[in-house]
Design a protein. Structure first.
Ligand SMILES: *[C@@H]1O[C@H](CO)[C@@H](O)[C@H](O)[C@H]1NC(C)=O
Ligand SMILES: *[C@@H]1O[C@H](CO)[C@@H](O)[C@H](O)[C@H]1NC(C)=O
Ligand SMILES: *[C@@H]1O[C@H](CO)[C@@H](O)[C@H](O)[C@H]1NC(C)=O
Ligand SMILES: *[C@@H]1O[C@H](CO)[C@@H](O)[C@H](O)[C@H]1NC(C)=O
Length: 377
């Protein structure tokens, strides 16, 4: 493989280090040019899109969102610090893609950094999150991405643009809102049109069409994130009479994960030259919630940012009070994990994806043979 420099004249340790660096680098970047990410998601991945939606009721534009990120001012992330996608991208040295709605987004910025289309309140289904008035559903995010492909085609020409998108890493991370802000709320018609099984089937049919649409638009490396134990977010607990996790919501998350995992395996076998990986952090988050102390947390059932006894608080506000040590809380607000919890989730996903699919993306000679010490040393 021409991408890995010749190893035979190097000392073993140097060769090993270089190989590891190369493998990770190649997995992410391919051999030519720099790979970037395209992120499709909801509030767990939003880095500012909703701040630009003037009528949206789902915004992280007030303190204390972002208090542990950069300047500490709100930046559109629905947490105190980094999102899971931030942490995974950082881990593999991929640039953090800016929000699609950011007015400074240009072709050059896209070529350097990719784009993040994620939007708080968004779901796989168009009807999800309707009461937030404005949010970008996954279909809408894909339409916006189509616009991005046109832009890049005009800039680079068809062939180079195709290569650019084929090398890109596509993250798709939605689904929680389809339950929490749709199916599990009686105000939405999906809650009475479907049952637990048929609703998950409906989500899978839709997600399949969406992944095929992305593939059609040139995506070849796709990662889909599964759901956590969403019945244990503080909002769901406070809505249950016992204060315990809502087992029905947790079961739905598990059946979503199972079905999505199957869908991805099936699609990967059908789509030429594409890798589609699925990973979730359900088990580890479930364990953190049951045994917070084991992981260095001190609270796993209430939000760090809250309006005292007023629960659910819906959002974090300047009038809210913060917990004393933000790194000890699993949840930042009623819905969203804290930076520390996101780190734990990201590390689990990194493990599950196996360094973002190094093995899948590198048509490499077996590492064992490549790192064998040279007899000429
Ligand atoms: C990436 O994540 C892995 C697994 O959690 C960790 O061991 C490693 O130190 C991280 N690397 C970087 C550069 O963040
Ligand atoms: C969902 O919304 C998109 C626009 O974002 C539209 O093109 C599509 O037809 C809608 N799909 C359904 C099933 O309503
Ligand atoms: C898959 O990739 C190979 C090598 O890049 C290429 O020759 C082939 O045409 C591709 N197949 C399809 C169906 O895109
Ligand atoms: C954990 O929380 C309890 C009260 O819930 C408090 O007394 C204790 O000091 C906290 N420990 C740490 C390490 O923050």
């Amino acid at each position: 493989m021409h991408c890995v420099p010749c190893l035979s004249n190097m000392k073993f340790n140097e060769a090993l280090t270089l190989l590891l660096v190369s493998l990770v680098g190649i997995a992410i970047q391919g051999c030519h040019g720099k790979a970037v990410q395209f992120i499709f998601g909801d509030s767990l991945s939003d880095v500012g899109n909703n701040m630009y939606l003037s009528k949206s009721l789902a915004k992280a534009s007030l303190p204390y969102y972002g208090i542990d990120f950069g300047s500490g001012l709100p930046n559109g992330r629905f947490t105190n610090g980094r999102t899971v996608a931030d942490i995974i991208g950082d881990n593999t040295s991929l640039p953090r893609p800016p929000a699609f709605m950011d007015p400074s987004l240009t072709e050059d910025v896209i070529l350097e950094n990719g784009v993040n289309y994620a939007s708080g309140g968004g779901g796989i289904l168009n009807e999800t999150g309707g009461y937030f008035i404005q949010r970008l559903s996954l279909w809408r995010q894909i339409e916006l991405f189509q616009g991005t492909t046109e832009l890049i085609k005009n800039k680079l020409g068809k062939q180079a643009a195709e290569k650019f998108f084929q090398d890109g890493l596509f993250v798709v991370a939605l689904g929680s809102n389809d339950f929490i802000n749709n199916y599990l709320m009686p105000v939405y018609s999906d809650s009475w049109k479907y049952n637990d099984q048929t609703f998950v089937e409906y989500l899978m049919e839709t997600l399949q069409e969406q992944l095929l649409a992305l593939h059609n638009l040139g995506a070849r490396k796709l990662m889909v994130f599964g759901l956590g134990p969403m019945g244990c977010i503080p909002l769901q607990r406070v809505l249950s009479t016992s204060g315990q996790c809502q087992e029905r919501a947790n079961k739905l998350a598990l059946s979503f994960n199972k079905a999505a995992s199957k869908l991805l395996v099936n699609l990967e076998s059908k789509l030429p030259n594409a890798t589609l990986k699925f990973g979730d952090a359900y088990d580890v988050v479930d364990d953190v919630i049951r045994n917070p102390y084991k992981y260095g947390f001190n609270n796993s059932n209430s939000p760090c940012c809250s309006l005292g006894k007023i629960r659910p608080a819906l959002t974090c506000l300047p009038a809210s009070t913060l917990c004393r040590d933000r790194s000890k809380y699993v949840f930042w607000d009623e819905y969203h994990p804290s930076d520390s919890a996101n780190e734990l989730i990201a590390n689990e996903l990194i493990k599950k994806f196996g360094f973002l699919g190094v093995n899948a993306y590198v048509p490499a000679p077996a590492p064992e043979s490549a790192i064998a010490p040279s007899p000429h040393e």
